[in-house]
Design a binder for this molecule. Structure first.
Ligand code: PLP
Length: 221
């Protein structure tokens, strides 16, 4: 068994346990392997271990990693988890199946127009800045209703919410807040939990967890 396959087996056990505690089954949680800043050999090892769902935060790197491999792996599913630059929207809509980081009103008409143009409809989530951190992307909780209303008005379907807990704080506070917002607005998808806190995220109802280093090892700079 490769190192990644071994890691994956351990992670799946933890997910299974945590989902049971939340009254769900392991299949209810989508594990996104975050492949940013990982070398080609690791990507190949991950594919050989059966992984098909990957997350990236930079468009150019994502194209380098996956554009050509898409041909050989038609069941590949790509998730965009980085901050969205307006000028990259055509590439993002063209490459990704799920976009986790819609975070400002300006993006709504741009995404709607590009999706129409390309006849593609990636699943969209809004990133919420649950800790109100100045340097972090995401809408503040009080801005969420307006952004949802604007998306609805302009025909852009929003399927869920995503957050990155404030470092040094108990992530459960952020996960609990995100879950209650998703319930309030009837949004089925919850993207939360990374290498160090995914078990807790699953216990709080995460439908998508984003794991990088715990699967691949340290990133290269
Ligand atoms: C890099 C990244 C991850 C993965 O982080 P790890 O700690 O390596 O698991 C998850 N989510 C986002 C938004 C990221 O940028």
């Amino acid at each position: 068994m490769s190192q990644i396959a071994e890691k994956l087996a351990g992670i799946k056990e933890i997910i299974e346990d945590a989902s049971k505690r939340d009254g769900r089954s392991v299949g209810d949680v989508c594990l996104i392997a975050v492949s940013k800043r990982q070398p080609d050999a690791k990507l190949e090892e991950a594919l050989a271990a059966g992984l098909r769902v990957f997350g990236e935060n930079k468009v150019q790197e994502a194209l380098t990693h996956w554009q050509d491999r898409k041909g050989s792996y038609p069941d590949l599913q790509l998730h965009f988890i980085g901050s969205i630059q307006s000028k990259k929207i055509p590439d993002i809509v063209g490459l990704f199946d799920v976009i986790h980081t819609v975070d400002r009103p300006k993006l709504v008409p741009l995404l709607a127009a590009e999706m129409k143009k390309q006849q593609r409809s990636p699943t969209l989530l809004i990133q919420v800045n649950t800790g109100k951190e100045a340097q972090k992307s995401g809408v503040f909780v009080e801005e969420l209703p307006a952004l949802l209303a604007q998306a609805a008005e302009q025909g852009l379907a929003i399927s869920g919410l995503m957050c990155l807990p404030t470092q040094g704080e108990n992530p459960s506070v952020h996960f609990g807040l995100l879950r209650s917002l998703a319930r309030q607005y009837n949004l089925p998808l919850l993207s939360m939990g990374m290498s160090h806190d995914y078990e807790m995220a699953v216990r709080f109802g995460a439908t998508h967890i984003r794991i990088g280093t715990d699967i691949f090892g340290a990133r290269v700079d």
